[in-house]
Design a protein around this ligand. Structure first.
Ligand code: FAD
Ligand code: NAG
Ligand code: NAG
Ligand code: NAG
Ligand code: NAG
Ligand code: NAG
Length: 583
């Protein structure tokens, strides 16, 4: 197993191939109806999302007319992007099976405007512009964006709406929306206003802090003005070391390095500290960060990785998962996670390069090699996983780490499942004035883990991920990232933001007829008890309170957490069903 996985990862790097599956449009229409999917092909609740039709405005004026059409005809609308990379169905308009009256407004073709104001260090950009394109244009003109998400397959409208972020406690911090100077948004209007109006919101406008992170429910964002700086370079070193000190050094680490992060592979007792800081433009180096998880793979690779993972799942083989976790980590160390000194290959630390080449990755989106794709492309039988993302008040985070270590120490093998992905990624964002941004300096963690093809199939060690999730969101009061997570993470989210009601008031002002509301965004805004049904806890659609919410027929029963006793998790308890000895 370990040798073949290693081989597979090697093939990934050396086999030269020639053209590719670029991501498909998330919207598919026939004569009667349009459906919307996210980039994984499955929303977190596996529902289908419909609308009557779609329109593709190319200018602000056309965007205004599209909103006016929706308002005048009493329709519902959501803004949809070229990528649709959000995991929950935030972009689904209200569904009504008897009377479908929803409409998609896509920003796919509203993607050309990028105006740089060199004197004021600002750039104004159409909301459909891709992050990668914006970075290239800004850099070409001698400037840099300071902090953006690690993944470039997003549009500016999508990033701003969902509170997406990179990592930093310096300057304005890691959140993209903190660099927003002005937002132009098209909102419903009265008949005399032509059914839609354009609002320009800057920091002095009372609606600005609502619009900075808006979940797409306030209106259609037309343009975003962002602050930029003079172009600079970065120097990155990854220190693969032991994990004993994380809880003692996580604050210092962020103070010391402008673009710090930490990746924690708990089952391997390994922490990877990212020493990442600015260097002058004349520092030598033309490196790129082509993060390994976002590189284009020959489709055979994610398919075989998925096949192997499924086999290990079905046979309950956590030892096998640990072997692959260990080879994956070794491979990441060898390749510095995808850092390349000269753009081609990693030859040693530090890797120095232009900000625009070091801050964000996504080469799988643009690969020109044959039969390649992003590893999770739904058209292949590739990776399929959950992504949990929790935002902690910085002061509470050390205790969380200690709890996770206790849980890990009960049986480190139990943690191999997340270490097969990217372990626990620890990043930094600063306190925000945005109503739906964190009100204090915060730490964000992400962890990915196996999702079964079938929603009622329980997963190896799922009790551990459930305990981790409930510990984060309920014991430590972490906030869920708006664009990720399983449904249970959003329980009680309304109480976690002191200005939540101010956001609801802004929504009433800007969109009084709830044109831009959807079923999922309503659940976030107004809260909803999760409906319990047989097997509902398996995919995080509920927290179990009875065995039938798990999978008693497969031996998974509802029980308490091991460290956080208040957690209610589905654990394999009926030994007659256990298959750990099979391999
Ligand atoms: C592989 C991968 C890596 C990721 N890495 C990170 C990361 O490092 N950090 C991070 O924070 N997040 C990350 N994310 C999450 C990602 O940043 C968000 O999902 C982002 O919102 C996606 O942008 P999008 O353009 O695809 O927007 P969509 O998913 O299409 O839309 C998101 C929401 O914004 C609304 N919206 C979009 N445009 C407009 C507009 N013009 N006006 C009004 N509303 C609008 C939509 O209606 C929807 O509600 C990652 C996601 C993936 C798939
Ligand atoms: C259009 O697509 C929908 C949803 O996929 C499907 O139910 C319907 O039968 C299709 N209609 C036609 C005419 O193809
Ligand atoms: C969808 O919109 C297009 C262009 O605006 C139009 O030609 C088409 O008839 C519409 N389809 C439906 C089903 O309304
Ligand atoms: C669906 O539309 C019908 C007709 O307009 C309306 O009576 C009904 O309440 C709607 N259902 C939902 C769930 O919104
Ligand atoms: C890596 O981290 C370890 C432990 O934190 C430290 O002792 C070592 O000096 C670091 N290595 C580098 C190259 O900074
Ligand atoms: C870079 O420029 C600074 C002055 O701006 C100079 O002092 C320094 O020696 C230069 N470094 C290199 C490596 O050229």
């Amino acid at each position: 197993m370990s040798n073949s996985t290693y081989f597979i990862w090697w093939v990934l790097c050396i086999v030269p191939l020639i053209h590719s599956l670029t991501p498909q449009s998330p919207i598919q229409c026939n004569q009667t109806i349009c459906t919307l999917e996210n980039s994984y092909g499955t929303w977190n609740d596996r529902k289908t999302c419909y609308a009557l039709n779609v329109t593709y405005p190319t200018t602000e004026q056309q965007l205004r007319l599209a909103v006016a059409h929706v308002v005048q005809n009493n329709l519902k609308a959501k803004i949809v992007t070229k990528f649709s990379h959000t995991i929950p169905s935030l972009s689904c308009p209200k569904q009504n099976t008897t009377n479908n009256h929803a409409f998609f407004i896509s920003t796919e073709k509203y993607d050309s405007g990028i105006q740089i104001d060199a004197d004021n260090l600002a750039v104004t950009v159409d909301s459909g512009v891709r992050l990668g394109e914006l970075i290239d244009q800004v850099e070409k003109n001698g400037f840099s964006l300071v902090n953006v998400p690690y993944w470039e397959g997003v549009t500016i409208g999508g990033v701003v709406s969902s509170g997406a972020h990179g990592s930093s406690w310096w300057g304005k911090g890691g959140a993209f929306h903190e660099q927003v100077l002005e937002i132009t948004v098209v909102v419903p209007g009265s008949k005399s206003e032509g059914y839609a109006k354009i609002l320009r919101l800057d920091e002095h406008h009372p609606l600005f802090n609502a619009a900075k992170v808006s979940l797409g429910v306030l209106g259609a964002i037309s343009k975003v003005k962002l602050s930029i700086e003079h172009r600079f370079k970065r120097s990155i070193t990854f220190n693969f070391t032991d994990d004993t000190d994380i809880e003692n050094v996580y604050i210092e680490h962020a103070k010391k390095y402008e673009f710090a992060d930490i990746t924690w592979y708990a089952s391997r007792h390994t922490a990877v500290y990212r020493y990442d800081f600015r260097v002058p433009l004349n520092a030598s180096g033309d490196g790129v960060y082509d993060f390994i998880g976002f590189q284009a793979n020959s489709i055979l690779i994610p398919e075989s990785v998925r096949g192997a993972e499924k086999l290990l799942e079905n046979t309950g083989n956590s030892k096998g998962k640990c072997l692959t976790a260990s080879t994956t980590l070794a491979f990441k160390k060898l390749t510095a996670n995808g850092l390349k000194n000269n753009g081609q290959i990693f030859t040693g630390y530090p890797v120095i390069g232009y900000q625009g080449k070091m801050q964000t990755s996504g080469s799988c989106l643009y690969s020109s090699r044959v039969d390649t794709s992003c590893a999770w492309d739904p058209r292949i039988k590739g990776l399929f996983f959950y992504e949990s993302t929790a935002i902690f008040p910085a002061s509470k985070f050390g205790d969380f780490i200690k709890d996770v270590k206790k849980l890990r120490d009960i049986n480190p093998k139990n943690f191999c499942g997340i270490d097969n992905y990217n372990g626990i990624l620890i990043r930094y964002i600063k306190a925000s004035e945005a109503y739906l941004g964190p009100s204090e300096d915060s730490i964000v963690i992400d962890f990915n883990y196996y999702r079964a093809n079938d929603q009622f199939t329980p997963r190896l060690n799922q009790d551990v991920w459930e305990e981790l999730e409930q510990m984060a969101f309920f014991k430590y009061g972490a906030k869920p990232h708006w664009a990720k997570n399983r449904n249970l993470a959003f329980l009680g989210v309304q109480e976690k933001y002191p200005k939540f009601n101010a956001f609801i008031d802004a929504k009433k002002q800007m969109d009084p007829q709830n044109v831009f509301s959807g079923d999922w965004s309503d659940e976030i805004l107004y809260g909803k008890e999760l409906v319990k049904f047989d097997g509902c806890a398996l995919e995080g659609m509920c927290i179990c309170s009875e065995d039938r919410h798990c999978s008693p027929q497969k031996g998974y029963l509802c029980t308490h957490g091991l460290v956080y006793k208040e957690a209610r998790v589905c654990r394999l308890l009926s030994t007659s069903v256990s298959t750990d000895s099979l391999l």
